[in-house]
Structure formats: structure tokens, C-alpha cells
Write a protein that binds this ligand. Sequence first.
Ligand code: PMV
Length: 313
Amino acid sequence: MKEDVEDKITVSAPGKIILSGEHAVVYGKPAILAAINRRLFVSVRQSSKNEIITSESPKLAEFARDFVLKTFGKPREKLRIEISSEISIGCGMGSSAALAVATTAGLFKYLNKPFDKEKINEIAYEIEKKQHGNPSGGDNTISTYGGFLWFRKETEFLKLFKQLQFDLTKFVLINTGRPKETTGEMVLGVRKLYDKNRLKTEKILNEIEKTTKQLLVAFNQMDEKLIRITIRENERLLEKLEVISNFAKKIIRGIEKLGGAAKICGAGGKKKGSGIILAFHPQKDVLFELAKKKNLPAFEVKLGEEGVRIEKS
Ligand code: PMV
């Protein structure tokens, strides 16, 4: 039996932010996603008993482990899996997708399977479904491939994406607090709105698609004015989907008054915290000062980072 620490395999997968298109992406609209320089690490080695060492979501890791082992016909394998993470949990930074991707990839490596990103992504998507019910698949795809992605789920079995190149540096992330609701609950909330008033909700989703396309053009040309206008429009539309709390809205209005723009960058939250907001301002210091005044954590991340990778094998 391999008990030596030297036999440990370590892989990592990045967190993400959604630059545009969250929620609408569940309805087949496009989204622009970026991998960030905060990663989740999974180490795997053989053991005499099954163990998961983590402060993350042990249940999801357990499900991921069992799912992958079953897929490869090795359900009785005994493993020690250690998980550590730089990604805040439940704030819209893709911690659960990174966990699904890195656990899957770690087990691929452990079982000597080819490090096939398409297959890893497919399995991670199944694991995400367990966590969220009806995810778009965008989070696991960006965590697998990294960089910037234009992503669209055409149907359950056809998800199209294209890598993009941008040089985005004028963003600051502000944490408005961990939402009380899960991503699954937020997605369900929008579904209820859709079922109750289909025409009106479809109109909002179509408008979000327009802003996503407009943001693509704005990023491409590095048109700061258009970036600001588009983020503001996108935020207003997300507010119409009722996924942002009054608390977070106030912070966002404050940023707009100072000449900037901001939006949530994940599922959001209605009660108090709406997770991380993506804030844009030509002078980033203005955003840090505002966050300090409101006593909210603010930080910068590098966007467009590498996807899942082997750290040690
Ligand atoms: O908050 P997060 O990181 O779980 O992002 C969810 C993004 C949604 O568009 C709301 C759902 C999805 O599956 O794409």
C-alpha cells in the first residue's frame, strides 16, 4: 500500500468571477467569466481508511470522490484527501466549482487517467448539479480551462465556449458579506419569477444578453466609458431579477455616485450580503476608501489566470 507522503498527488483549480451574464446563463444566454488568482488545492494519497481533511464542504468532496471512483469502477479505493483553499466560500467566487474540478482532477491523476480537461469538466459539472440543482456549467468550465471565457449553454449536452484575451486591471472586489441563501436557492428564486411572469422575465434576460455583448465590445476596445455604462445597466437588470439585497444596492449606488460602477458577480443574495461585488473605477483608490468607510473587505485579484493544473505528482 502506498502510504508515503511522497506519493501524494496535488492539483489546484482557480476560483472565478462572472463579469457579465450570471443567472441569464442558466437560460441559455451568454456569460463572460474570468479565472482568478485564488486557488483551491486537493491532495490525494492512498490510505487504510477513507478520510477527507477540509474546512470546505466535506459532503461535496465526499460526493465528488465517490462519483469519480464509481465512474472508473474503483468504488472501494481508500483515500486520504486533503483540501485547502484561498477562495472565500459562498460569496460568488466559484469555491464549489473549484472543489469539484480539483477533486475530480486529483482523482484522475491518482488513477493514472489522462489529464483530459474535457472529461474532467464533464464530471465536475455532474458534481455541481448535486450542489446547485440546475447550474449552467459556467463555473466548472472556467475553473477547468482558466483565462477568460465566453460561455453559453445551448442544451444540457451542448455547452459552447471560447477563450478570450483581455487586459483588465481597473477592478476591485468588495465583499458585501456571505449571502444567507445558497446559489441553488437564488437560481430557484429567478425560476419562480420566470414561471410567474414569463414575458417580463424573458425581456430582462434578453436585455442582460445585450449588456453581455456590449461588455465584450467595451473590453475589447478598452472603452472605459462603455465599461462603466454597461456594468451599471447590467446591475440594474440583475436588480430587476431580485437577486440583490438593499444593503448591497446602497453600496453600489455609493460607488456610482463617485463616478464608478459595480455589480454582483455570482448568484447574489437578497437578505443582507450579496457576496462579492465587482467594482470599476478609473481610480481604484476611490473604491478602497469607500469600502474602508463601510467597513467592508476590498481586494484586487488578477483576472485570466490558469485553469486546473497539476502541482505535484
Ligand atoms: O455565486 P456562484 O459562484 O455560485 O455563481 C452562480 C452563477 C449563476 O449564474 C447564478 C448560476 C449558474 O449556474 O451559472
